[in-house]
Design a protein around this ligand. Structure first.
Ligand code: BGC
Length: 906
């Protein structure tokens, strides 16, 4: 049943390709149309789900056949078959019908597999070696626990058709089977609010098993569970919850339909591992002399090993892995190696990143090498570690003395550009150390580049900071003794993050972490998982619980994320309402009076208006999201509340004489303007005040984490695009260019990384990287329009392409892998022509605004066709409809799917 059109591609289940071990009971399926002819659009689909790939190909859907569904929907389509069983393996494919009712062939089948769904599906017990150092209640900083090896010998009989390992651990585990490492994931099971929810991983281990004796083994580490997290600068460091433990269930399926399960229990064997010490902040100490060769293989004598203990089940619920795991995504060689002192070798990896070293050495038994990390060097070429706080960030390795030895720490990571190796006999070779880049391996989604090398450099630094700060949760920084899921940073950076990478599942998981630690009174915490700081969260931080769902909805049209978070966001807004005086929220922050304000701003803004502005913004977004999911009464109620807040805000903080908000700083004026608090008649004057302030500072901004995110879009959208461009391309303090002048290879926490608070300055903090959104949306002109209700078979103008050439920029381009397929905008100008190449993904429409240089008589071409001459339509082309000129002189077209080359002469 195919009319020859190409079958759909990029089939995903729950946003992932072929996910193994999911626990979403009604998973959502997505795909893209492969063809991108002009106007390609889907009018119907048919999904087939079967128990084998062969059945799908034969179109015998024994699990679910959706039948032909007249619908343009190609993403987040709910699985509509019977309730799925634990472990069920589902193969699926889809065909679609296009705008001329031509059917495509069936897509190449893909699959998903359910994991364990209920507590009853687990027969395994948590096991480990109880360690008295853990969980003591003396008020002392608890010691990390000793890493152990755990092993279990078992017999596999008969031919195997499949084997799955369901496994989790606290803090972290690494899984081994018959001498092989299972999977490539690092620091599993990742970080969550452990008391509420711990992720488990599922591995297909069929190919690692052999007939007869087998051994499954695990190495335990402290990770986020028992490392002692938090600041060591006087605040709580007591997050240690107990000794490390694992839970594992290995299920073997035989061809005859029988199965055999090996579980973690008291029959396992345990022994201290060669990892003598491991914590996230301080590093890892490894003694290769303590290795147990062959420990995870059959035939190893574990007679002197002890039995582990069954340990209490520490969690409410085990959930399937909810986002991409942490992995090594690159290995960096040193770009320079120096010896600033005898026996001190400094490796420069050329790039600030989060990761761990890979050591390759030869030497005599018992030699102890030490590796320390730093982001910067002192003037004499030694490591400058003043900004690491209490983090020792040190790895140590004692050689066993058996030829070349290769070692990577397992249960620690650090943020650095430089590593220092000491203790080496003689001068180590340049390849003695490489660096393994680590982060949650979220797929890349976007790319931005332009003719200005400085902006390209900023974009590279943004990507570096984004990668370095995705460790199961979005962290503030990877180097000092924090590395926590700071909510304010995450919300400010969320749109940029979504342009660069596919953040759908990563942020959805983070929101669960926030919800898991929400207080019963409704407040959320500054960090999620909530460690080290008490609630309520600061203004602009806690609001992440509302702003991030909204961002995800904008990017991924994900209503489920609104539904999942709705109660939590409403509780947060209600909490603020209950703590408002005359509609102005009064934050009772536990650490810093009235919250963090506009963190690291050059000029501080009064904090009370910041609290009130975010209260307004969260309330307004809550109302909008309530409407989207059909909570009309709520939408009404919160719209009214937002109006009251705005009135109170303007009455209390706005001075109509000067058109300044209290404080008269850039951020004091930016926030009410960006959030829509300012009455329309006052908007121009408030904006003028911001512009004047920037000009008085010789074209520099003065905002911090909260104001910066909104400043450039605000300027560009309101007639000051060239000024925004000027801010973006500044090289003097404070600016992104200044960070680079100081040598930054990632985004720094402060505008003055060189002279600010040198003990508390991270060179790798993504928050100020929020400028990335402006690169995509303003410079290149890619925009995702707010989803709107539409008929099922109607493609919608999901995108707006409206590039804004600026200053001396001669070209800019951005490409983005959207829900529907590739979206692209690339412009280039020469003398008095401008060329704009755009690609609108299949099954969508876009509004394309072609710059005309403000010339009403400009000529606009598409390919060889003259579309407009002297402001009038001359010829038409398929897929394009001229609408009008907008107020800035752009020629506005509605464009169907496809690629277009516009050219304007003016
Ligand atoms: C973190 C920030 C965080 C802030 C709160 C800092 O120590 O590194 O990124 O948002 O505290 O103001």
């Amino acid at each position: 049943m195919s009319d020859g059109a190409m079958p759909p591609i990029n089939l995903r289940c729950e946003c992932r390709q072929n996910p193994l071990g999911i626990d979403v009971r009604w998973p959502r399926l997505s795909w893209e149309m492969a063809e991108n002819r002009r106007g390609t659009r889907q009018t119907a689909y048919q999904i087939l789900v079967a128990s084998s790939e062969d059945l799908v190909r034969r179109e015998e859907a024994d699990i679910w056949d959706s039948g032909r569904v007249a619908s343009g929907r190609s993403f987040h389509v709910d699985f509509g078959g019977p309730a799925l069983r634990p472990r069920q393996h589902c193969h699926w494919a889809v065909r679609v019908w296009d705008e001329e009712d031509r059917a495509t062939g069936l897509a190449t089948p893909v699959w998903w597999e359910m994991g364990l769904l209920e507590a009853e599906d687990w027969q395994a017990r948590w096991i480990g070696v109880a360690d008295n150092a853990a969980g003591n209640d003396t008020g002392d900083v608890p010691k990390p626990c000793r890493s152990h090896l755990l092993r279990k010998d078992f017999e596999a009989t008969g031919p195997l058709t499949g084997a799955r390992a369901y496994v989790s651990g606290l803090g972290c585990y690494e899984l081994w089977l018959n001498g092989q490492r299972v999977g490539r994931d690092v620091l599993t099971p990742g970080w969550t609010t452990y008391a509420k929810r711990v992720q488990y991983q599922t591995y297909d281990v069929t190919s690692l098993l052999r007939p007869g004796r087998n051994v499954i083994g695990a190495i335990t580490g402290n990770g986020w569970w028992s490392s002692g997290l938090g600041f060591s600068r006087g605040m709580s460091q007591r997050t240690t919850a107990g000794s490390p433990r694992i839970i594992l269930q290995l299920e073997l399926e035989h061809g005859d339909g029988t199965s055999h399960t090996i579980v973690s229990d008291a029959t396992w064997r345990a022994h201290p591992s060669p990892i003598v010490e491991d914590t996230l902040y301080h590093g890892e100490v490894y003694d290769a002399r303590l290795e147990q060769p062959g420990w995870s293989e059959p035939g190893f004598d574990d007679g002197v090993w002890a039995a582990p203990k069954i340990l209490p089940d520490p969690v409410d619920v085990l959930v399937a892995q909810q986002t991409d795991t942490i992995r090594v995504t690159a290995e960096l060689p040193a770009v320079a190696v120096t010896q600033p002192q005898p026996d001190v070798t400094v490796f420069d990896f050329g790039q600030n990143h989060a990761g761990r070293p890979r050591l390759k050495v030869t030497g005599s038994r018992g030699t102890r090498l030490q590796i320390r990390f730093a982001e910067i060097l002192t003037a004499d070429g030694m490591l400058d570690r003043r900004n690491l706080g209490g983090a020792r960030a040190t790895a140590a390795y004692t050689l066993k003395g058996s030829g070349e030895e290769v070692w990577e720490p397992r249960f620690t990571y650090c943020g650095y550009r430089y590593a220092e190796l000491t203790g080496c006999p003689g001068q180590p070779p340049a390849n003695a150390l490489t660096s393994c880049v680590l982060h949650s391996a979220v797929p890349v989604a976007g790319r931005f580049e332009c003719s200005d090398e400085l902006l390209n450099h900023i974009q590279r630094n943004i990507l570096a900071s984004q990668r370095s700060n995705m460790f199961s949760v979005p962290t503030d920084c990877p180097q000092r003794d924090e590395r926590l899921g700071w909510t304010g940073d995450a919300q400010a950076f969320a749109p940029t993050a979504c342009w660069n990478m596919d953040m759908a599942s990563f942020f959805a998981k983070y929101l669960r972490d926030m919800r898991d630690s929400q207080h019963e009174s409704g407040y959320v915490h500054d960090v999620a998982p909530a460690v080290a700081v008490r609630g309520p969260a600061a203004p602009g931080w806690g609001d992440a619980i509302v702003i991030i769902p909204w961002t995800l909805y904008r990017f991924y049209e994900d209503k489920r994320v609104i539904e999942e978070n709705y109660a939590a966001m409403r509780a947060w807004v209600d909490y603020m309402k209950a703590h408002a005086l005359g509609y102005l929220y009064e934050c009772e922050h536990s650490q810093v009076k009235d919250g963090y304000g506009d963190w690291i701003a050059v000029v501080e803004s009064p904090k009370k208006p910041i609290a009130a502005a975010f209260f307004y913004y969260s309330t307004k977004l809550l109302a909008q999201m309530g409407r989207i999911i059909g909570r009309d009464d709520d939408a009404q109620e919160y719209t009214t509340l937002a109006r009251h807040i705005a009135e109170a805000f303007n009455a209390s903080f706005f001075d109509p004489q000067t058109s300044h908000y209290l404080g008269a700083t850039q951020s004091a004026n930016i926030l009410p303007l960006a959030f829509g608090v300012t009455p329309p008649e006052h908007r121009p004057a408030v904006l003028e005040n911001i512009v004047r302030d920037i000009r008085q500072r010789e074209d520099h901004l003065s905002a911090g984490f909260l104001g910066t995110a909104y400043l450039l879009p605000l300027l560009s959208d309101n007639g000051y695009h060239d000024l925004a461009y000027r801010l973006a391309t500044q090289r003097t303090y404070p600016s992104w260019g200044y960070m680079i002048e100081c040598g930054a290879t990632a985004i720094s926490e402060r505008w003055n990384p060189d002279t600010g608070n040198l003990n508390m300055n991270s060179w790798n903090h993504f928050a100020l990287g929020a400028i990335g959104q402006w690169f995509y949306e303003s410079l290149a002109g890619l925009n995702i329009l707010e989803p709107r209700p539409r008929a099922e078979d109607e493609p919608h103008a999901r995108f707006l392409i409206r590039p804004r050439p600026a200053g001396d920029l001669t070209s800019a381009s951005a490409a983005y892998e959207s829900l529907h397929g590739p979206l692209r905008s690339a412009w280039r100008r020469e003398a008095n022509t401008l060329q704009l190449d755009v690609t609108i993904p299949p099954n969508s429409l876009a509004r394309v605004c072609v710059p005309t240089g403000g010339q009403a008589n400009a000529r606009v071409f598409e390919g060889e066709t003259t579309l407009l001459r002297d402001g009038r339509t001359e010829e038409t082309v398929d897929g394009l409809r001229f609408e009008s000129f907008d107020t800035e002189g752009y020629a506005v077209f509605t464009a169907a799917a496809g690629s277009y080359t516009f050219r304007t002469e003016f």
